[in-house]
Write a protein that binds this ligand. Structure first.
Ligand SMILES: Nc1ncnc2c1ncn2[C@@H]1O[C@H](COP(=O)(O)OP(=O)(O)O)[C@@H](O)[C@H]1O
Ligand SMILES: [Mg+2]
Length: 291
């Protein structure tokens, strides 16, 4: 479970890994699903990231492989603790603003291609499909999760449980080459540096179709490519992925000192769930929309 005390335990561990007592930290952010803080040791700058255990394991697995391949488009992993669900990463110095959206998508696919060449299938990251998302969301809705208001949870469960045929069809469309999907591709996770773009935040990485990243990125930025025949899928995929991520969130921890209050997060998740409901309602069946 992520909390400010987990962050302090993680920072103490990071200090041990870096063989220094002189750890100074700043910019801590504590949320129910992750805690992040920047810290310095002497003149070197690092980040610690603490996520629910499986997610930090995915980030460590991906960054370890990137290091063996010498990929400079991802942050350098300094240390990882499975027990604490923590990773220590070298600070990536951002030197400009991201201007060209297509470059972010291209950078993510180039990383996927490099990891695929190196046998991405063997990485310890979960598989991502429409079916797994839907099953996770349904399970969460039935248990009345803290991140959704009960009426929205009920409406969402009712709607998506009638969509099994569509799910099968959508997964068929996403069949083909499965490779590493970043899982949370948006401009905040793409840092332009002197050496090119660096993509951070691999905690939601999964093995699946590249379209998941495109859907997430385009919905975060409004970036469009009118020639893209699959674009009607993106709002649905994006909302599914986001709600699936919520569905895997640990319960909040009382007294954790979160940086955002829980009612704000509930209101946000409920808005996203309503947007998924609207996307579903706008398409009588995904099968028809795609034919
Ligand atoms: N290695 C890094 N270099 C530079 N900034 C980082 C690094 N890791 C994290 N950050 C900063 O911390 C923020 C949160 O970290 P991130 O890994 O994206 O976690 P979250 O899952 O909370 O979005 C990032 O948006 C970025 O501003
Ligand atoms: Mg991020």
């Amino acid at each position: 479970m992520t909390s400010s005390s987990a962050l302090h335990r993680g920072l103490a561990w990071a200090a041990g890994e870096l063989r220094s007592r002189n750890v100074k930290y700043s910019h801590a952010r504590v949320l129910p699903w992750s805690a992040t803080a920047r810290f310095t040791v002497g003149s070197d700058s690092f980040w610690i990231k603490i996520s629910p255990l499986s997610q930090s394991a995915a980030e460590a697995a991906i960054l370890t492989r990137a290091a063996t391949l010498g990929l400079r488009s991802m942050p350098r992993l300094i240390a990882a603790s499975e027990e604490l669900g923590a990773c220590v990463l070298a600070h990536v110095e951002q030197t400009a603003q991201l201007r060209e959206h297509h470059q972010a998508e291209e950078a993510a696919s180039a990383i996927s291609a490099d990891l695929a060449m190196a046998g991405a299938g063997a990485l310890a990251v979960p598989a991502l499909s429409v079916d797994t998302c839907l099953a996770g969301i349904l399970r969460a809705c039935r248990a009345t999760p803290w991140w959704l208001t009960p009426p929205v949870a009920r409406a969402l469960a009712e709607t998506i449980s009638t969509r099994q045929d569509d799910v099968t069809e959508l997964d068929r469309r996403l069949d083909g080459t499965h490779t590493v999907v970043h899982g949370d591709l948006h401009p905040g996770n793409v840092l332009p540096t002197r050496d090119g773009l660096v993509i951070i935040d691999w905690a939601d990485a999964a093995l699946g179709h590249q379209l998941w990243d495109r859907a997430t990125y385009r919905s975060a930025t409004g970036y469009e490519d009118r020639a893209d025949a699959l674009s009607p899928l993106y709002p649905v995929l994006c909302a599914l992925k986001e709600l699936f991520d919520y569905s895997r969130m640990p319960d909040p921890c009382p007294g954790a000192g979160y940086s955002t209050n829980l009612p704000t997060l509930v209101a946000y998740a409920s808005r996203r769930a309503l947007s998924l409901l609207r996307s579903l309602a706008a398409q009588p069946t995904w099968k028809e929309a795609l034919s």
